[in-house]
Design a protein around this ligand. Structure first.
Ligand code: PMP
Length: 406
């Protein structure tokens, strides 16, 4: 890999130059939402200044420019994920994407006596939609457990893939533990047993090169705002045979071919699942985000974040009374931690006064918090635009806060 000028990359992110509470900002909350480079901000700005119109409706020049920009973003995202563009449904994010699978695929398919297999480390967005499906169909939820390091117990998980299991839904990368799950192997085991697999790629897409086709899942969900794109953008990739068989989730404009009061003919996928005016400018921004990430190269981003993670893990391990949650065999750049005797929110509040932004709370993963027997943790999450100096500043702030709380 040729080297990258990371200082120049960081310079692309205007917000990172600001101060909070009179201190230079150290932004360690990228797993929550990432910051945006000028290239993305400018793409959104340029769309509204020069090309704004609705998509797929008007024959005028602006209408076709907007449609081309929106469909161009779909093609870029499809290439980024290594999937076909006509199998990629654009939507508001992972939450929408998983709900689309739940309502359009699972609700019509599942029945009493069926089971849905989840994992202990799922985000609420990959739990609650399945509970709704279970309540409505009479299916039951089963949970694959993790070991003390935060890795899935794979043998136990495969043993849970019994004939009544019709669907397995799991995260590619845990937003709390950073665990990178072996999704390729898990989806292969599911497929062998005729189980449909749904992968939540929210925390994977921003950090590693993805080949969704090679994973072998049935559905893959991503969210744009964590991958330096605008909020309110995301996508669901689905195998075409599923998309072809799925009834629409929402009805309205764009998703139809012909409407009569006697009945409506739906549009083909993916447009069948994109009712109403989409977040056009947002997707233009997401297209720019994909260009930006590809310009650096996902392999370089992954390598950079591995270094930052190793540095932060080593430095934090030297802090007395600090406990790290999650030491998976393969881990993304996320560190959940607590300091003995201190509440997560107090820690995060005091760190904020030092300019350090970390998230505290349950991270939308109540079942995982129950597993560790804690109500909340602090989470520092890193992106390629963070620096080694920021990690040193973060650890110095932790030491200061620890003395204050002692
Ligand atoms: N799944 C995981 C693993 C996440 O980290 C998040 C975002 N915190 C989501 C799903 C939900 O994504 P969104 O809020 O963008 O729909």
């Amino acid at each position: 890999l040729t080297p990258v000028d990371w200082a120049r990359v960081r310079g692309d992110f205007p917000l990172l130059a600001r101060q909070v509470h009179g201190k230079p900002l150290v932004y360690l909350d990228s797993a929550n939402t990432s910051q945006k480079p000028a290239q993305v901000i400018e793409a959104v700005d340029d769309f509204y200044r020069r090309h704004n119109a609705n998509v797929s409706r008007a024959v005028h020049a602006l209408g076709s420019e907007a449609t081309e920009a929106y469909e161009g973003a779909r093609r870029k995202l499809a290439a980024f994920l290594n999937v076909r563009a006509d199998e990629l449904v654009l939507c508001s994010g992972t939450t929408f994407a998983i709900n689309l699978v739940a309502y359009s695929w699972a609700l019509p398919q599942l029945k009493a006596g069926d089971a849905i297999l989840l994992t202990r480390m799922e985000h609420h967005a990959n739990i609650v939609p399945w509970q709704i499906v279970a309540q409505r169909t009479g299916a039951v939820i089963k949970v694959a457990e993790i070991d003390e390091r935060g890795d899935l117990d794979l043998d136990a998980m495969y043993a849970q893939m019994t004939p009544e299991v019709k669907l397995v839904a799991l995260s590619h990368v845990s937003n709390v533990l950073g665990t990178v799950n072996p999704v390729r192997e898990i989806c292969r085991e599911a497929r062998r047993r005729g189980i449909v697999s749904v992968v939540d790629g929210s925390q994977a897409a921003p950090h590693r090169a993805l080949d969704v086709a090679a994973i072998g899942c049935d559905f893959y969900a991503i969210t744009g705002h964590k991958m330096v794109g605008p909020t309110g953008t995301g996508a669901l990739w689905a195998r075409r045979e599923h998309l072809a068989a799925m009834p629409p989730f929402l009805g309205g404009g764009e998703m139809i071919r012909e409407v009569r009061f006697e009945g409506t003919v739906y549009n083909d996928p993916p447009h069948r699942f994109e009712a109403g005016t989409p977040n056009i400018a947002g997707f233009v921004g997401l297209g720019a985000a994909v260009d930006y990430l590809s310009g650096i190269g996902m392999a370089r981003i992954e390598a950079r974040e591995k270094e930052l993670l190793a540095h932060a893990t080593e430095a934090l391990s030297a802090v007395d009374g600090l406990r790290i949650f999650g030491e998976a065999r393969e881990k993304a750049a996320v560190i959940s931690f607590l300091i003995e005797g201190a509440h997560a929110h107090d820690l995060a509040t005091l760190l904020d006064l030092e300019g350090v932004a970390v998230r505290s709370g349950h991270h939308c993963a109540h079942p995982l918090m129950h597993h560790f027997g804690v109500p909340a943790t602090c989470r520092a999450s890193f992106a390629f635009y963070n620096t080694h100096e920021e990690i040193d500043a973060f650890v110095a702030a932790i030491q200061k806060v620890r003395r204050l709380l002692a």
